[in-house]
Design a protein around this ligand. Structure first.
Ligand SMILES: NC(=O)c1ccc[n+]([C@@H]2O[C@H](COP(=O)([O-])OP(=O)(O)OC[C@H]3O[C@@H](n4cnc5c(N)ncnc54)[C@H](O)[C@@H]3O)[C@@H](O)[C@H]2O)c1
Length: 277
């Protein structure tokens, strides 16, 4: 299937994890893709493997000039930008609210929120004149539910969801769709806590958290990439302002095997049975 035939995309954070899986899938589906990331070696290596359909640019999403440059590069190279995927991210500030510094606050919001804002802003600049485009961002289940991740990460991802919905209302009349994806736990270096996480540590993580979601396994980057493909493609032409949860059931709640006995044990209903029933 060539669901993105003739289309172009930019994927921030495209050198690793969810971004890298999306770059590979988009190219497989016929798109040409620019990988925008601070990890130069990994980004170049991936682009090299994909040939003419891919390129790499060193981009720090917190810098407006870098985002502007990658959008302009896409226009110069291919004359159009069909999909902007604002996906770059990191875990942000950790620990208690009292020990979190203002510097940590700033860097967390710079990467996780300002980076998304800049991506949307510059994608809109080139998509508006064509009257078409799909803007995607990676939010998180942590943006829908607290207690799943550090304070500021959760708040920044909630803001990404709100920004998505708010901007979708503006850009809809210009034919531009704006959506985000809310992954649950996905086996990537970010989830394992280190950019250099080994395949073994990712396997360990997958094993230890498998039962935390109803479908009995954590996510793989390809699970999220397939959602991004759908939202980027014309199959989603009537979808905007949407926060797509992709999480094996985690957001729905505790899996059956983790719910208390009074809920899960099969027994006849005795108490509180309405009279005559
Ligand atoms: N892995 C999970 O469990 C999970 C769950 C929900 C949401 N997410 C989100 O998914 C997105 C992708 O993360 P991942 O899990 O694939 O992790 P990852 O660490 O594999 O990839 C993140 C990429 O972003 C890049 N990056 C970080 N800061 C950047 C910056 N300032 N400029 C440009 N690139 C930068 C990194 O170099 C890296 O290549 C993030 O937004 C993350 O918050 C991840």
């Amino acid at each position: 299937m060539e669901r993105l035939a003739g289309k172009t995309a930019i994927v921030t954070g495209g050198a690793s994890g969810i971004g890298a899986a999306t770059v590979r899938l988009f190219v497989e589906e016929g798109a040409r893709v620019l990988i925008a990331d601070t990890q130069e070696e990994r980004g170049q290596e991936l682009a090299g493997k994909l040939g003419d359909a891919a390129g790499f640019l060193r981009v720090d999403v917190t810098r407006e000039h870098d985002i502007e440059a990658v959008v302009d590069e896409c226009m110069t190279r291919w004359g159009r930008l069909d999909c902007m995927f604002n996906n770059a991210g990191f875990g942000g500030a950790l620990g208690s609210i009292e020990t979190t510094t203002v510097e940590e606050f700033d860097i967390t919001f710079d990467v996780l929120l300002k980076g998304v804002f800049l991506g949307i802003k510059h994608a809109a600049r080139v998509m508006r004149p064509r009257g078409a485009g799909s803007i995607l961002s990676t939010a998180s289940v942590a943006g829908l539910k607290t207690g799943e991740s550090p304070h500021l990460y959760s708040v920044a991802k909630a803001a990404v969801i709100h920004l998505t919905r708010s901007v979708a209302l503006e850009l809809g009349e210009h034919g531009i769709r704006v959506n985000c994806i809310c992954p649950g736990i996905v086996a990537t270096p970010l989830a394992a806590g280190s950019p250099k996480a080994s395949p073994e540590s990712l396997k360990k993580l997958a094993h230890s958290l498998a039962r935390a979601q109803a479908l009995g396994r954590i996510g793989q980057p390809e699970d999220i990439a397939r959602a991004a493909l759908w939202l980027a493609s014309d199959d989603a032409e009537w979808i905007t302002g949407h926060a797509q949860v992709v999480d094996g059931g985690a957001f729905a709640g505790r899996p059956w095997n983790r719910q208390p006995d009074w809920i899960t044990a099969d027994r006849p209903l005795k108490l509180y049975r309405p009279e005559g029933r």
